[in-house]
Design a protein. Structure first.
Length: 266
């Protein structure tokens, strides 16, 4: 019986050698998947390859500010948006945001109330072994829960669909492009082109620069919107994250804009 040990040992060695590449690739995929999932979005204008893991929640609040400097219709709009993201699968997630809007016009009285509820679906359609490059199709619908007569909502559902494509140039620089199309209920539809560049200072700290071009909902090309945004994202822990973003408009009535976000994954 001892004579059979060398035979089994040789057979085991052949099997391991034959399937070693498959085993390494499978283990690498599992390790990479655990690293790139369960992470919070850091960009504002685009979608990163950072989706909640299967059956994982992310809860947070985003405070958005925008100042319009129109001579006759200027206003300051602040939205406080509690939101929840949930992983429907490893590659599909849904996000629901409930905005509470405050409008402070230059002329007239201020308005405060519930805005249009936002529901977003994201799909990780493709990614390479280490997470780059990737494609993230996404779809957002806003429900007409805000009072449009008070400037708190659109009055009808708004549909936006698009796709984000991201890649990494160096170990410390990544970027994302996004092309989207927005279907408005009472005005022209809009094309939206966005870009984000991220500088990964460390595992805890990331700096961002972003830009967005939006085709205005009328026939005058001079009214197209170009927005610029810069910011930083800091991870206090693996689960707790903070983002601060500030920017301005260059071609439309937007004088200033910004966002503060705090999120927790569990």
């Amino acid at each position: 019986m001892l004579d059979t040990y060398p035979f089994y040992l040789n057979l085991l060695e052949i099997i391991c050698m034959k399937h070693s590449k498959w085993l390494v690739a499978s283990l690498s995929t599992l390790m990479v998947s655990s690293m790139i999932t369960a992470e919070t979005q850091r960009t504002v204008f685009t979608q990163e390859n950072r989706l909640p893991d299967w059956e994982q929640f992310e809860a947070g609040v985003a405070i958005r500010y925008r100042e319009y400097a129109d001579v006759f219709d200027g206003a300051e709009v602040t939205e406080t948006v509690p939101y929840v993201r949930y992983g429907l699968s490893r590659d599909i997630s849904v996000q629901v945001g409930i905005p509470f809007v405050n409008v402070e016009p230059d002329l007239g009285s201020s308005e405060t109330g519930l805005g249009d509820i936002e529901v977003t679906f994201l799909l990780r359609a493709h990614q390479e072994l280490f997470g780059y490059p990737y494609f993230i199709p996404h779809f957002t619908v806003t429900l007409p829960s805000g009072d449009d007569d008070k400037g708190l909502g659109a009055g009808d559902p708004v549909f936006t669909g698009g796709i984000s494509y991201g890649d990494k140039m160096y170990d410390f620089v990544s970027w994302v492009w996004d092309a989207s199309y927005r279907v408005n209920p009472n005005s022209d539809n809009q094309f939206i082109i966005s870009a984000s560049v991220l500088w990964h200072v460390s595992e805890q700290l990331v700096f961002l620069a972003e830009a967005r071009f939006t085709d205005k909902a009328d026939l005058d090309p001079d009214d197209n919107s170009i927005l610029g945004l810069g910011g930083m994202v800091y991870n206090f822990t693996d689960a707790l994250q903070m983002g601060v973003h500030l920017g301005a408009g260059f071609t439309d009535d937007t004088d200033a804009l910004g966002q503060f976000r705090l999120s927790y994954s569990f």
